[in-house]
Design a protein around this ligand. Structure first.
Ligand code: FAD
Length: 361
């Protein structure tokens, strides 16, 4: 049994805490604000590696695919432990195009997906509208990928937090910005917590640990602005090259998301939301007379090479990093939890994670 302190209570920190506590370790989470109060609570909740990743699948894609495969059992376990439902929906997705010239991109996607054992189908515009009657008559074709799914991110965070508490994790919220002491103890204004392992899961704020850890951490906050309409309801996740639409059980239709650089600012801008409105109305003409009833933004932790940072530090093996999950942190939460727990337990796993070494920059 090891004492483990996790800094950061987003989906990554919470998932690692749950998995490690379940395996018999003694966990403490230290969160600057509220658990899930940053990127994790702002996410659209899609579990969609086949649509999100354009081409050239690599170790990152394999990590995403494994996490998608873990999700059915994982979400069931979290739901049972927390007794909180978070709308896991195996909806499938439709990646739609408006121009014949883009058909090749659908065929390319379909052919690399096939290599990874994924069944997907190219549909004509009419077939797309048979599946989703609210979609525009201008859509000429779509790639239907039945395996993609989604959850409701704010409730997923609540469930993870409750599952952590129910299994005995000590959760310290509103702790302010924690730092590391000489012996890797976690220090906040009111606490000094000694541990056998410290996991840094601080999302878009990870770069702030660069000086303390003594190596380069090029992790950047990329703001995602996102909005929701009151319906209409869609059965599938709808992707285009400009963004996505996904319906939630509360009747909202979520339209996302911008990618802009604004430091640590999480305000929405008129320009950012107008852009989302423009393209979502093009996909679902019924939205032409609608205005989003809710707008919000979050900071995705992007890395210089697009890969996350997962693993223990070579010079300080008691310190583990788990950050930089960019657009796929919700999807990657179960696999990240299992990799970190395996590292602590000294177990080997079959995924290639060498490219995710924290010190690689
Ligand atoms: C608009 C939007 C839509 C998205 N949609 C999807 C999606 O559909 N599917 C998907 O898989 N992903 C999606 N993402 C990406 C996903 O949200 C992130 O990859 C994921 O939430 C990252 O989780 P995290 O725990 O690393 O970071 P965060 O959720 O940001 O958590 C990090 C936590 O660390 C805390 N912290 C930072 N520094 C310190 C410190 N020094 N001391 C104590 N605490 C600290 C912060 O307060 C924060 O709560 C989306 C993101 C955005 C913004």
């Amino acid at each position: 049994m090891a004492r483990i302190t996790i800094v950061g209570g987003g989906v990554i920190g919470l998932s690692i805490a749950y998995e490690c506590q379940k395996r018999g370790h003694e966990l403490t989470i230290v969160e600057a604000g509220e658990c899930g109060g940053q990127a994790s609570g702002a996410a659209a909740g899609m579990l969609a590696p086949y649509s999100e990743i354009e081409e050239d699948p690599d170790d990152f894609f394999r990590l995403c695919q494994r996490s998608l495969q873990l999700f059915p059992a994982w979400q069931n376990e979290i739901k049972q432990s927390a007794q909180i439902d978070f709308e896991y929906n195996e909806s499938g997705s439709l990646y739609c195009i408006f121009h014949e010239a883009d058909r090749l991109s659908l065929e390319t996607k379909k052919s690399w997906q096939k290599k990874f054992g994924v069944e997907s189908f190219i549909l004509s515009g009419d077939e797309v509208r048979q599946k989703e009657p609210e979609l525009s008559g201008e859509i000429v074709a779509g790639l239907w990928c039945p395996e993609e799914s989604h959850i409701y991110a704010p409730d997923y965070v609540s469930a993870l937090l409750q599952a952590c508490r129910n299994t005995g994790v000590c959760v310290i919220e509103h702790a302010g910005e924690a730092t590391l002491g000489e012996d890797n103890e976690v220090i906040t204004e009111h606490y000094e917590i000694e541990a056998d392992y410290t996991v840094i899961a601080t999302g878009a704020w990870a770069m702030k640990w660069e000086e303390k850890l003594g190596f380069s951490l090029p992790i950047f906050p990329i703001r995602g602005q996102i909005c929701a309409y009151e319906g209409p309801s869609l059965k599938h996740i709808i992707f285009t090259s400009q963004g996505y639409l996904v319906s939630k059980e509360n009747g909202s239709l979520v339209s996302g998301a911008s990618e802009d650089i604004a430091g640590f600012n999480t305000d929405v801008t008129t320009h950012g939301i107008r852009r989302l409105e423009k393209w979502s109305k093009k996909i679902v003409p019924k939205l032409l007379s609608e205005t989003p009833f809710h707008t919000w933004a979050g900071l995705r932790p992007a890395t210089q090479d697009g890969f996350p940072l997962i693993g223990r530090l070579q010079d300080s093996p008691k310190v583990i990093l788990a950050t930089g999950h960019y657009r796929n942190g919700i999807l990657l939460s179960p696999v990240t939890a299992k990799i970190v727990a395996d590292e602590i337990d000294g177990k080997t796993h079959d995924l290639a994670i060498g490219n995710f070494r924290p010190e690689r920059f």
